[in-house]
Ligand binder design. Structure first.
Ligand code: GCB
Length: 736
């Protein structure tokens, strides 16, 4: 029977120009430089090697090696012969070692994460860590065995089709082997074991079972898992000795999405409300172990989310397993992202084939994501459309049971022919963070839904960066404060509550994550849109807003505990809770009790140092606030940002100014010319993402509603003198 053993120990890692070092896998060479900003982490070709004595194999045994994730491109040589090549950093692959084994063996893996135009991802907002960052194992099988190599298959494919009315499931179990003979298939559940024998034909066999009184995989409520097993025999199944055995867990459930009513699980409305996650951790990079995966799932459970978007690539099997076990509905995807590459077509197909083949049996997975914001740095032309059609057909061919989806960038016109290619659509919108006003998010969905009432639409990303060191009593977009992140998400949660047609919504992101290209918000190298910090040690206040909405575990949480110093005379104390009543105590005395839902706000006069305590039944949370003379400067991210350019200026309202909207300024030929000059300069400094969006109708429409002042503030880097000059020029043109 097959034996699997970890092969993680005793590797030597060699990076050009550095001394060789001994490492234990999983390992990435970018754990430090990929997380510290500057967009200068090392991308190149490095080597891993290991010597080992010939494993004891009997004459009818064969040896395979399994790599669960090598980023991004790998060549594996055993004793000088190449036994595997793999392009794509997130899916598993296996290779046979048997013919090349010697008494003493040397395995060498050349790993490359350098820039190229063939393998996705190449342009995206996260660090492309290099290394053998998931487990490596040796698998010993008999001469006759289940398929191990093709697309990294588990060898076994389970397709449950549930009849909710009859409370039964028809389960098709298929297996592939390199031999003749037969397979005994089994399905094991609480009611016992069902068994069928099928003869192998051309290396393939299947059995169809009916599970009566099926116990459903029912999301958070009851994520019940069955086990399917396949045992390979040389003869007709009555032989004594089994040659190989594989098993997988599966679940019986029905997913569907309705354009008006949203998502359904097992025939009941089940709005998918949750967060996204990267495989990433502070100080570790992407080389996570089971401990880190479990900690992440624990936090997801505490939050009460019922869905995860596992972005932007295939995650570790261990993590999909955790989703199966915990009843989390998953959006799975490949890293076909941001920028279309003419030479990358084949790689999108390979990565998709591997994702679907390797993840097919996970009951948690509800859809296959074809791409993310592919229009952000590319024009959607016929080649882009064709690549998406191919991917879509591939998914349907490999898996007729699951819908496909795409995550679109806000500037993709809702009329784009890209959108209807996939079965479902979702948008990533950042109005109220990168640009625009918060209310533009709901305007966007309302317009889309009114125009396309028969299309399923969701909200695949939204978020605002927050560094928990920064605070404000008057939070503003772009200030990186914990308080703005709260206001932003309060708005978004309401938007979502009011639009049950959104089939799934995912906060970007549950955790801060490494994006070495970012240098902002006081933490270089990080995207800080997380509800939790990258080391998982601190839950930002906004985490508790979602917990109040989603979790049933009773709690009260005082917001602003890190904003100790407060300059105002009367301060807002905000409590997030899933209880109906919250009482606030100040210095031991009852201040006020309120009834409400999720958000409880109290206006408290302060004069010195106060102890503030929120209480609901037996639950409580306590913090200290201190009245100060002046604002605490440590709470401000960029102290040089000019908050209001106009405060000190004379301003003539009958003339044009930066307070006018872009739409108004475009009406007058002179102001339009000034605007165009400014936009050309901005485009030149923003690179290809901005370039691609110049003639973008959505962007134009959105910008027409913004004042020039707010556009300039969001651009951030425009010097104050330039703003004054621009305003001066506009103030010379009289409004008609
Ligand atoms: C997006 C991308 C995601 C980024 C995010 C952001 O739309 O899909 O990868 O991290 O925006 O924070 O800008």
């Amino acid at each position: 029977m097959r034996k699997t053993s970890l092969f993680n120990d005793g590797w030597i890692f060699e990076k050009p120009g550095f001394l060789a070092e001994a490492v234990t896998l999983p390992h990435t060479w970018n754990a430090k430089d990929g997380q510290d900003g500057g967009n200068d982490y090392w991308r190149g070709t490095a080597g891993y090697k290991k010597t080992f004595a010939r494993p004891a194999l009997s004459a009818d045994e064969r040896l395979f090696i399994e790599f669960k994730g090598v980023a991004m491109e790998a060549r594996v040589c055993l004793n000088g012969t190449e036994i595997a090549y793999h392009a794509g950093g997130y899916s598993a692959f296996r290779a046979e070692m048997t013919p090349y084994l010697q008494e003493e063996n040397l395995i060498e893996v050349s790993v490359d994460n350098s820039n190229n135009d063939r393998i996705y991802p190449q342009k995206a907002d996260f660090t492309f860590y290099g290394g053998i960052y998931r487990d490596v194992s040796l698998i010993t099988v008999k001469q006759a065995h289940f398929e191990l190599v093709k697309d990294g298959t588990p060898g076994l494919k389970v397709t449950p089709v549930v009849d909710l009315e009859k409370k039964c499931a028809e389960v098709t179990v298929e297996a592939w082997a390199n031999a003749g003979g037969s397979i005994v298939f089994e399905i094991e559940g609480e009611a016992g074991i069902l068994r069928e024998t099928a003869a192998l034909q051309d290396g393939y066999a299947k059995a169809v079972f009916t599970i009566e009184n099926v116990r459903l995989w029912d999301g958070l409520a009851d994520p019940y898992l069955y086990t399917a097993r396949a045992v390979l025999y040389a003869g007709n199944g009555a032989d004594k000795e089994a040659l190989d055995e594989i098993c997988t867990r599966f679940g019986c459930r029905v997913f569907c999405a309705d354009p008006e009513k949203g998502f359904f699980l097992n025939g009941r409305p089940y709005p998918l409300r949750g967060v996204s996650r990267h495989q990433d951790r502070y100080g570790i990079g992407n080389a996570l172990g089971m401990k880190e995966h479990c900690e992440d799932m624990q936090i997801v459970r505490e939050l009460g989310a019922n869905t995860l978007r596992l972005a932007h690539y295939q995650h570790a099997q261990e993590f999909y397993d955790l989703c199966d076990e915990n009843g989390i509905v998953v959006w799975a995807e490949i890293p076909f992202i941001t920028m279309f590459m003419q030479n990358g077509r084949q790689n999108t197909l390979t990565q998709m084939k591997e994702l679907v083949t390797q993840c097919y049996n996970h009951p948690s997975i509800a859809c296959w994501g074809l791409s993310n914001e592919i229009s952000a740095a590319s024009v959607v032309d016929e080649t882009v459309l064709e690549n998406h059609r191919e991917l879509n057909e591939l998914c349907h061919r490999l898996d007729p049971t699951r819908p496909t989806v795409m995550a679109h960038a806000f500037m993709l016109e809702i009329e784009s022919p890209l959108i209807p290619i996939a079965d479902m659509a979702s948008y990533n919108l950042y109005f109220g963070w990168y640009l625009g006003e918060l209310s533009q998010n709901e305007e966007f969905f309302d317009e889309y839904h009114a125009k396309y009432p028969d299309r399923v639409i969701g909200f695949s990303e939204y978020g605002a960066d927050a560094n928990p060191a920064f605070h404000s009593k008057d939070p503003q977009r772009g200030d990186y404060t914990e308080e703005y992140q709260c206001l932003y998400h309060e708005h978004m949660l309401k938007l979502i509550d009011e639009r049950p047609y959104l089939w799934a919504t995912h906060v970007w992101n549950l955790f801060d994550f490494a994006a070495d290209g970012r240098d902002e918000g006081g933490k270089n190298g990080q995207n800080q849109k997380g509800l939790v910090t990258m080391d998982r040690k601190l839950k930002k206040d906004a985490f508790y807003l979602y917990k109040a909405a989603w979790s049933k575990e009773p709690f009260v949480h005082l917001c602003g505990s890190r904003r100790v110093d407060r300059e105002e005379e009367v301060t807002e104390i905000k409590v997030y809770s899933n209880q109906q009543k919250v009482a606030l105590y100040v210095d031991g005395k009852l201040f006020e009790e309120k009834e409400g839902e999720r958000i409880f706000s109290f206006m408290v006069p302060i004069s010195g140092k106060h102890e503030v305590k929120a209480v609901s039944g037996g639950l409580s949370d306590t913090m200290t606030v201190v009245k100060t003379e002046k604002p605490n400067e440590d709470y401000i991210f960029n102290k040089t940002i000019v908050v209001n350019w106009f405060d000190k200026e004379d301003y003539k309202p009958e003339y044009y100014s930066i307070k006018d909207t872009m739409g108004e300024l475009q009406q007058h030929p002179e102001t339009a010319a000034i605007l165009e000059g400014m936009m050309a300069k901005m485009r030149a400094s923003r690179g290809d993402v901005a370039e691609a969006s110049v003639n973008n109708a959505n962007l134009q429409k959105m910008m027409a509603r913004m004042t020039l002042e707010s556009l300039l503030k969001q651009a951030g880097s425009v010097p104050e003198e330039a703003v004054r000059a621009l305003n001066g020029a506009l103030q010379r043109i009289k409004k008609s």
